[in-house]
Design a protein around this ligand. Structure first.
Ligand code: SF4
Ligand code: SF4
Length: 67
């Protein structure tokens, strides 16, 4: 499951633009994910400049390797 670290998210909307499933969207106060649409492709996770998107902890490892 894709999780959003709302405290880290800058609401830059970059992840929304690249999601091939249009699963991400901004409400008036925060980023949300439609879990039913998300295929866990990780594109948004790899893109996010502040590591605000994570999938079951595994992707945090990928991001730490990137740093
Ligand atoms: S790319 Fe990261 S910082 Fe930007 S809206 Fe998405 S989760 Fe938030
Ligand atoms: S993991 Fe892929 S399908 Fe899911 S929200 Fe991110 S970009 Fe969209």
């Amino acid at each position: 499951m894709l999780k959003i670290e709302l405290a880290a998210c800058l609401s830059c909307a970059g992840c929304i633009a690249l999601c091939p499933e249009a699963a991400l969207f901004l409400t008036s106060d925060s980023l949300r994910v439609n879990q039913g649409e998300c295929t866990l492709c990780c594109l948004c996770v790899k893109f996010c400049p502040v590591t605000a998107l994570v999938i079951d902890g595994k992707v945090r490892l990928l991001n730490s390797e990137k740093e």
